[in-house]
Design a protein around this ligand. Structure first.
Ligand code: SR1
Ligand code: MG
Length: 417
């Protein structure tokens, strides 16, 4: 008989998992395991288990949101959706997700590759480290996963089955609906902000144009089921080393608009830029590293466009293949127009979602370590205020940004003030 769900601890891990041949084969005898709990995210337990033969990561969902505590119960099913999404995203861009070894649905446990010497990208951006391969890796990851999970790639039966499957991830999808698009724009108990931003927050919550933009982007998120999203692709969901980049933590996976993952990621890169003035020891170093992050964001977008275009031209086969209507009639110009219209829509969504992400990271529940690491409240408020300005411009005035270089210019201008 199987034991009921119970959270693991470093002490109970050897007794509870030591009987699994997969574990002892990879780690060695359980009596010699060293177990550390290293989770610093908002939701789960994460353990590194080291033995004489190797190391592994054990991730376990808790029946509540770790960031808030037991007062916010949360379904263990999120581990199941994370596992299902990770399998798909990993297959669509091989090598970009950690290798999964075991999944136990009842215990909400995933046992996976221990990525070493990788660190969380957000930490690397706080430390000022440069990762030469990262832009290419992330641009291709975005294009491949977002294209191959879409109607431009999947045939009807598989696509409908996957939409139905991930529609079950209601709880986490509902959190995104609230935490991104609603809570930050009204006086919700889950919100928190730097007290020095009190006046900015009052202004923000009276800003009708901004609230209409939030509603517009919420509508896109809820009604445009273009592809299987990672659903929480910020810089805390990416692990990096000098040569490698991996995407983790896909528990918020849902069908949604292609621009959502891209906008979440770019927003976090742009916010990291805005923090540099307070994080680096000199203005010159801040300017130089900010330039590197801006170039990284541009590379991510440009590689995404190039790879998405390549896939659209070479792999397009799904429900929206559309070849009968265009190429079979030799209408190359028509095909190019269709692709360009799609890329324009993705760009507009991308900057809209980026603007919303910036608001929720400054005045919502879940903040970012780049800003939280700034001890001086005045300095922090300055960075956060610039993020709100940038976020508002992106969400409310998307027509100002026909190209990613337009966003880079505004980030650099705001950061220099
Ligand atoms: C209660 S969950 C809060 C946030 O943490 C996760 O990382 C997601 O970003 C979510 O919105
Ligand atoms: Mg996460």
């Amino acid at each position: 008989t199987r034991s009921p769900y119970e959270p693991l601890t470093p002490t109970t891990m050897p007794a509870r998992l030591g009987g699994l041949p997969e574990m002892t084969r990879r780690l060695g005898p359980s009596a010699e395991w060293r177990v550390r709990e290293v989770g610093d995210g908002n939701l789960n337990l994460v353990f590194i288990v080291e033995g004489p033969a190797g190391s592994l990561v054990v991730k376990q969902a808790l029946p509540y949101a770790r960031v808030v505590g037991e007062s916010w119960p949360m379904s263990l099913d999120r581990a199941y959706f994370e596992h299902e999404a990770s399998m798909r995203l990993g297959a669509r861009d091989p090598g970009r997700m950690p290798h999964m070894h075991l999944f136990d649905r009842e215990q909400a446990v995933q046992i996976m590759e221990h990525l070493t010497p990788h660190i969380i990208l957000r930490r690397g951006l706080i430390d000022g480290t440069r990762y030469p391969m990262l832009g290419g890796h992330l641009g291709r990851y975005l294009a491949r996963t977002l294209f191959r999970g879409s109607d431009w790639s999947m045939e009807t039966a598989r696509r409908k089955a996957d939409v139905a499957l991930f529609a079950g991830n209601v709880e986490l999808c509902g959190i995104t609906e609230d935490l991104f698009f609603t809570d930050p724009f009204h006086d919700c108990v889950r919100n928190r902000h730097n007290p020095l931003l009190d006046r900015d927050v009052i202004e923000l919550r009276g800003d009708r144009a901004l609230k209409l933009a939030a509603l517009r982007m919420k509508t896109r998120f809820c009604t445009s089921a273009q592809t299987l999203l990672h659903g929480d692709l910020h810089t805390g969901s990416i692990m990096v080393s000098a040569e490698d980049s991996r995407v983790i933590d896909a528990e918020f996976a849902t069908y949604g608009p292609i621009g959502f993952d891209i906008g979440s990621l770019l927003a976090n890169l742009w916010m990291a830029c805005l923090a540099q003035g307070a994080l680096r020891p000199s203005d010159d170093e801040a300017t130089s590293y900010r330039g590197w992050i801006l170039a990284l964001a541009e590379t991510v977008w440009k590689v995404f466009v190039a790879e998405f275009t390549h896939l659209w031209l070479t792999e397009r086969s799904g429900i929206l293949g559309g070849r009968e209507l265009l190429e079979h009639q030799d209408d190359a110009e028509g095909a190019a127009l269709a692709l360009n219209a799609l890329l324009d829509e993705i760009w507009r969504d991308t900057i809209g979602f980026a603007g919303i992400e910036m608001h929720r990271r400054v005045v919502g529940l879940a903040h970012i370590a780049e800003f939280e690491a700034i001890a001086d409240e005045e300095l922090r408020a300055g960075c956060e205020r610039r993020a709100l300005r940038l976020g508002r411009a992106l969400a409310v005035e998307p027509e100002r940004f026909s190209d990613i270089a337009d966003v880079s210019a505004l980030v650099a201008e705001l950061a220099g003030r």
